[in-house]
Write a protein that binds this ligand. Structure first.
Ligand code: ACO
Length: 280
């Protein structure tokens, strides 16, 4: 039996060229989410969210798993043994960091390198974009051990997949590989494991070029409008842009200027040079 990992070691991160690479770091337990890991993840998100040297976040896993879902021993059995208060606290801690990630200030990318089960769908959905290895395996295995897909997993299945696929995926407890996960809409793309990090780095670098205020407004808008009528969405988007202008009213003007006056780029083909107005 391996020695128990300290709470602060359950999540690892490094910042390289403005990208924060955050890892589930319990490879010996297939990165399943224990209360300790959930608490540590929230601390890490706190540390990196408003750092000037972080422009994008990638969430990945050490070893063969992205995450094998909730820790059946520490999150379920041991917590339940302590009573309802402990159960509710553990739920708050896990749901809390997923919610934090859903509305994170910086763009987020799930880089699913291996196993992704059950509760793992929470952080998967929380990330704005998701890329996986063809070799990864995705499963709502709850049914295999006798519960429904909770912690938002059922909602996520319905958000991301067709009715028939959501029903089959949750009732059958069968895994799908990366390519099928991409076809079903669980991730944006699936590619061979050895190419995964390069592709995610490429995507993150594109995001780093964009206006960060516009990126945050855009990602929030995509999540918000799905629950609105058309008229409510139209109104919300006007207000959201005006609110974004209160943080950055010059970026979009610079974007127009570089296209119309300077003719240094074409918005249809890429982003304006945001360093020009940031330095001014
Ligand atoms: N909860 C608790 N412990 C786990 C979990 C988990 N979700 N997943 C893996 N572990 C532990 C194993 O018990 C084992 O511990 P041990 O070394 O002390 O015996 C260790 O991690 C390694 O796991 P193995 O099963 O030996 O690894 P293997 O690579 O053979 O299999 C697999 C990987 C398929 C991911 C397997 O571990 C598994 O089925 N895990 C559970 C997946 C799951 O259904 N998760 C719950 C989803 S439902 C929810 O999240 C609400």
């Amino acid at each position: 039996m391996t020695a128990e990992r300290a709470e602060e070691d359950t999540v690892a991160y490094e910042i390289v060229d403005n990208i924060a690479w955050v890892s589930f770091n319990r490879p010996e337990k297939r990165n399943c989410m224990s209360p300790k890991l959930n608490r540590q993840m929230m601390r890490v998100l706190d540390e990196i969210e408003f750092r000037d040297d972080v422009g994008a976040v990638v969430l990945t896993g050490e070893g063969s798993a992205w995450t094998a879902g909730m820790d059946l021993k520490e999150y379920f059995r041991e917590t339940e043994a302590q009573g309802l208060g402990a159960t509710r606290q553990a739920q708050r801690e896990s749901y809390g960091w997923w919610r934090r990630l859903r509305w994170f200030q910086k763009p987020t990318i799930a880089m699913v390198n291996g196993w992704c089960f059950g509760g793992g769908y929470g952080p998967l959905f929380a990330c704005d974009l998701a890329f996986c290895a063809d070799e990864a395996q995705f499963g709502l295995s709850e049914i295999n051990w006798g519960i429904l897909p909770g912690g938002g997993a059922t909602k996520i299945a319905v958000e991301l997949m067709s009715f028939r696929r959501a029903m089959y995926h949750s009732m059958m407890g069968e895994n799908v590989d990366g390519k099928t996960a991409a076809e079903w809409g669980l991730v944006n793309e699936s590619l061979p494991l050895e190419k995964l990090k390069d592709r995610v780095t490429e995507v993150a670098k594109v995001l780093l070029e964009k206006n960060p205020v516009a990126l945050k407004a855009t990602k929030d808008a995509i999540r918000r409008v799905s629950e609105m009528t058309y008229d409510n969405a139209e109104d919300f988007l006007v207000r959201a842009q005006e609110a974004a202008n209160s943080y950055d009213n010059d970026g979009r003007k610079e974007g127009i200027k570089q296209f119309i006056d300077d003719k240094t780029y074409k918005p249809g083909l890429g982003a304006y040079d945001k360093s020009k107005h940031q330095k001014a």
